[in-house]
Design a protein around this ligand. Structure first.
Ligand code: DAH
Length: 356
C-alpha cells in the first residue's frame, strides 16, 4: 500500500520540477490537493478502512500531504521569482543608448533664440512679459514719447487698423515691442525687470527686412538705476549669447524718442570673414537707453523717484549672426531642408545651466 504513496510523491515532485510556469504549476497543485486531486481522493477512501489500518494509512497520508503542500508552495515561489527575473531581463532599458535616428521636427531658430535670450536674462532676474500684436497707437507711439506727427512714425510705416468701436482708439500692428514697456509700467509697481520677445510688423520687404519679424524688448525700473547698470547688463548678455567672454562691445550715442540718453550697441567683428569678436570692425546689434522721464510720467511714475533703462533687439538679426544664416526671408519659408539644417534638437538645452 505504501508503494502507491511513494509513486504519488515521486510523480508529483517530478512534475513540479518540470513545471515551467504558473499555469503548469497550478495544474499540478489542483491535480494533487484540489477537490478532485489525487491525494484528496486517497484521503476520502480512508473511511472504508479498518480502524488500525486507517490510523496508519491516515498518518502516512497526512505526512505526504504536508510534504507535498510544502513542495508545491516552494516551487510556486521559485516560479514567481524566475518569472520576475525573466521580466527584469527582457524589460531592461539602457538609458545611455542613443535615441533611434528617426526624423523628427526641430526647434525653429527664432524659437531657439527666444529660449536662449530668456535663459540668459532669466538668470539675471528678468521675467517674460507679453503684449498684443494689435496694439493701440497710444501704446505703440504716443506713450513712448512719439506724438502723432513725429518723424519716427514714418520710419515705422506699418499696417493701420480702424478702432474696435466707433470713436475708439486707433490701432496698429505693433511696429516694435516697446509698447510692452508701457503696459508693464502701467500694470505693475516697480521694481520691474522684464524682457518681452514677440512679433512686430512694418511695411518693409527685402533680403534684410520682412513685414513680420521679431523683437525682444527689455525694461528695468528701480530706484537709483544708472547707465552703468545698462552697460553691465547688455555687455554680459552679448558675451554670454555669443559665447565670447571677451567680445568687444561699444555704446554709441543715438536717438530714440523714448530714451534719453540713447545708445546703439555695437559688437566687434570682422567684416571680411564674418567672425564675431574678431577683426576691427563694428556691427550694430541693438538699441538702448535710459527711460525718458516723459515716458515714466506717462505711466504714472515720478521720474525723481524711479529711473530705468530699456533696450530692444531684432531676434532674426541676432539669430542670423550667431548661426551664420545669410537671408532673413528663409526664416518664414518653411523649407524643410532649411529647417533641418538650421533647426535645433528639442533635446539640446538652450544654455548649460538649463540642461542640468
Ligand atoms: N523700439 C526700437 C526699434 O524698433 C528699438 C529700441 C531702441 C528699443 C532703444 C528700446 C530702446 O527699448 O531703449 O527700433
Amino acid at each position: 500500500m505504501a508503494d502507491d504513496l511513494d509513486i504519488l510523491r515521486n510523480d508529483t515532485l517530478a512534475a513540479l520540477a518540470g513545471a515551467q510556469d504558473r499555469v503548469q504549476w497550478d495544474a499540478i497543485r489542483v491535480g494533487t490537493l484540489g477537490k478532485s486531486g489525487a491525494l484528496t481522493a486517497l484521503l476520502k477512501q480512508l473511511g472504508k478502512l479498518e480502524p488500525q489500518e486507517r490510523k496508519e494509512r491516515g498518518q502516512a497520508l497526512n505526512g505526504l500531504r504536508d510534504e507535498l503542500t510544502a513542495a508545491i508552495e516552494a516551487r510556486g515561489r521559485d516560479i514567481e521569482e524566475e518569472a520576475l527575473q525573466a521580466r527584469l531581463r527582457s524589460e531592461r532599458v539602457d538609458v545611455t543608448m542613443p535615441a533611434p535616428a528617426v526624423v523628427t521636427g526641430t526647434i525653429h531658430p527664432i524659437s531657439r533664440t527666444i529660449e536662449e535670450m530668456t535663459a540668459i536674462f532669466g538668470a539675471m532676474g528678468f521675467s517674460v512679459a507679453e503684449g498684443p500684436d494689435i496694439e493701440s497707437q497710444w501704446h505703440n507711439f504716443s506713450a513712448l514719447n512719439t506724438p502723432e506727427h513725429h518723424p519716427a512714425r514714418t520710419e515705422h510705416d506699418t499696417f493701420y487698423l480702424p478702432p474696435k468701436n466707433e470713436g475708439g482708439e486707433p490701432r496698429v500692428l505693433r511696429t516694435q515691442t516697446s509698447g510692452v514697456q508701457i503696459r508693464t509700467m502701467l500694470g505693475s509697481q516697480p521694481p520691474v525687470r522684464i524682457i518681452a520677445p514677440g512679433r512686430t510688423y512694418r511695411a518693409d520687404h527685402d533680403a534684410t527686412h520682412s513685414p513680420m519679424f521679431h523683437q525682444c524688448e527689455g525694461l528695468v525700473v528701480d530706484r537709483n538705476i544708472t547707465l552703468g547698470h545698462l552697460k553691465g547688463c547688455l555687455i554680459e548678455f552679448l558675451r554670454v549669447y555669443f559665447d565670447k567672454p571677451n567680445l568687444p562691445v561699444r555704446f554709441r550715442a543715438s536717438y530714440f524718442p523714448f530714451t534719453e540718453p540713447s545708445m546703439e550697441v555695437d559688437i566687434g567683428w570682422s567684416k571680411a570673414t564674418g567672425e564675431i569678436g574678431a577683426g576691427s570692425d563694428w556691427l550694430e546689434v541693438l538699441g538702448s537707453g535710459m527711460i525718458h522721464p516723459r515716458v515714466l510720467a506717462n505711466c504714472g511714475l515720478d521720474p525723481a523717484e524711479w529711473q530705468g533703462f530699456a533696450f530692444g533687439m531684432g531676434i532674426e538679426r541676432l539669430a542670423m549672426l550667431k548661426n551664420g544664416i545669410p537671408d532673413l526671408r528663409s526664416f518664414y519659408e518653411s523649407d524643410l531642408r532649411w529647417l533641418r539644417h538650421y533647426g535645433f534638437s528639442a533635446f539640446s538645452p538652450a544654455t548649460l545651466t538649463e540642461g542640468v
